[in-house]
Design a protein around this ligand. Structure first.
Ligand code: ARG
Length: 479
């Protein structure tokens, strides 16, 4: 027998409750390789919550006496206190959080504690803990997401009449209201919020009572457990219950979407903060200096949020690949499910938290934005519409304005400076009123459709957003 192996006979073996059938204890290498305590210790509070609920079900089924129930309750409360005050001694010899807590419970309550695992397997236990954890994280992220959406609405309200170029292909396209631009991000984060809610529903299925995979032999009242734990429903199939990680993948997907949206916004603000654009001023407290270049004020926080997108999306990919081809039911591969989700969730929570502050304190350099609107070509589409309104087919009008643009380039004269006589050479339909088009306010307000950038449309839609935020804040899922 290897010296590395603890000898069962000397009483050191069977540390993890699961070694009854073995002659030898596991090697240190195996113990170390299979342990998940460093990761799943984050489940501690949820594991205890689950145990309280399971205890009630055991009592109802007559599997523990009132006295035993009280002892176990007392023991679980002591452990909970120890965890809160950082006094709980995590023991690496026990591979995961479930065994750590159970060992301590037995230490505190003796044979009463030994009954708690009746009608339960770590397979349904870990599924339950993970669901409780994801539900809790979703609430935290939903909350900070609402905060960010509120900041965006505030900034939009302050900037309905701030105009800047809208871009396509990073080229001046058409003037837009800054409010409209900001509210585009509001829409993204609102979709993320809805996805979070749907993911909450996926996670909101109570899986205790599934046992290892086949269900359990005792009359465990699963409805009672669900009620105590605040689940909306109980799972319907024990095999699926212990092997389903869709909720975790969905959660990491939503986190990836948030990350993607944040990365786009950050990228834009980084550009806007460059000397070339000079559209925004990021508050000093969210920027850093350079160790060599004294003039630098770098948007590091935004760059880091952008940079973290890689790890969040890779978390999603890890989960997909880990679950791919796994046969039913539980497989140990699934122990690898927690790390990506926990890391992604923490990353996104922290990113949203600081990004919300950056948005709230961001200064827009309105005059620099306006300066870019002196580029007359940005009004070319309005000019095309002008001729359409005078009866010309759009394709004809597009061509005529194209000719005017090329004339302005060739003669180095701005579109607003071409004389009416010269315009009339392109089309008899041009009149003196063409010159009112070279104005951002005019351009923006000439948009008519629902969802467009016109001030009237924006002013009308903002109250809808206010109502939406209020509804989302009061959403009972998150209360
Ligand atoms: N640490 C395990 C996990 O995270 C708990 C479930 C272990 N079950 C088992 N049969 N080995 O997945």
């Amino acid at each position: 027998m290897s010296a590395k192996r603890a000898n069962k006979a000397n009483g050191k073996g069977n540390e993890n409750f699961v070694r009854g059938r073995f002659k030898e204890d596991i090697s240190d290498l195996t113990a170390d390789f299979t342990a998940s305590l460093d990761i799943d210790k984050k489940f501690a509070e949820f594991d205890i919550e689950g145990s309280f609920a399971h205890l009630e079900a055991l009592f109802k089924a007559g599997l523990v006496t009132e006295d035993e129930k009280n002892k176990i309750k007392e023991g679980l409360s002591v452990i909970s206190e120890e965890l809160k005050s950082n006094k709980f001694k995590f023991d690496k010899r026990y591979e995961d959080i479930h065994i750590n807590i159970e060992k301590r419970l037995i230490e505190l309550t003796g044979s009463a504690g030994e009954k708690l695992h009746t009608g339960r397997s770590r397979n349904d236990q870990v599924s339950l803990d993970f669901r409780l954890y994801v539900k809790n994280e979703i609430k935290k992220i939903a909350d900070v997401l609402i905060g960010l959406r509120s900041e965006l609405i505030k900034k939009a309200k302050d900037n309905v009449e701030t105009f800047l170029p809208g871009y396509t292909h990073m080229q001046h396209a058409q003037p837009v209201s800054l409010a409209h631009h900001l509210l585009a991000y509001y829409e993204m984060f609102t979709r993320d919020f809805i996805k979070l809610k749907n993911t909450y529903i996926s996670a909101d299925s109570m899986t205790l009572g599934s046992g290892a995979l086949a269900g359990v032999d005792f009359n465990i009242d699963r409805e009672l457990e669900a009620e105590i734990l605040g689940f909306g429903k109980i799972s319907r199939n024990s095999i699926d219950s212990v092997s389903d990680r869709d909720f975790a993948i969905e959660f990491n997907f939503v986190l990836s979407m948030i990350s993607l949206h944040l990365s786009r916004f950050c990228e834009e603000l980084i550009l806007w903060n460059s000397q070339e654009f000079n559209f925004v001023d990021i508050k000093d407290e969210f920027t850093t200096g350079s160790s060599i270049m004294p003039q630098k004020k770098n948007p590091d926080v935004l760059e880091l949020i952008r940079g973290k997108t890689g790890s969040v999306i890779s978390g999603l990919v890890s989960l997909f690949i880990m679950m791919k081809s796994l046969p039913l039911a539980y497989n140990r591969d699934m122990q690898e499910d927690k790390k990506p989700v926990m890391e992604s969730s923490e990353t996104i929570y922290k990113s949203l938290e600081i990004f919300k502050e950056i948005i709230g304190t961001l200064e827009f350099k309105k005059s620099n934005m306006r300066l870019q609107l002196n580029d007359d070509e940005i009004y070319a589409t309005d000019m095309a519409s002008y001729l359409v309104n005078k009866g010309l087919p759009f394709r004809k009008s597009h061509e005529i304005i194209g000719n005017a643009v090329s004339y302005s380039k060739a003669h180095n004269v701005k579109l607003s400076e071409i004389t009416i006589n010269d315009y009339k050479k392109f089309s008899e339909l041009f009149e003196n009123d063409i010159y009112v088009l070279f104005d951002a306010g005019h351009s923006v307000n000439s948009k008519k459709t629902y969802g467009s950038t016109s001030l009237a449309r924006i002013m009308k839609i903002i109250p809808d957003y206010d109502d939406e935020i209020k509804r989302d804040k009061d959403d009972e899922i998150f209360l």
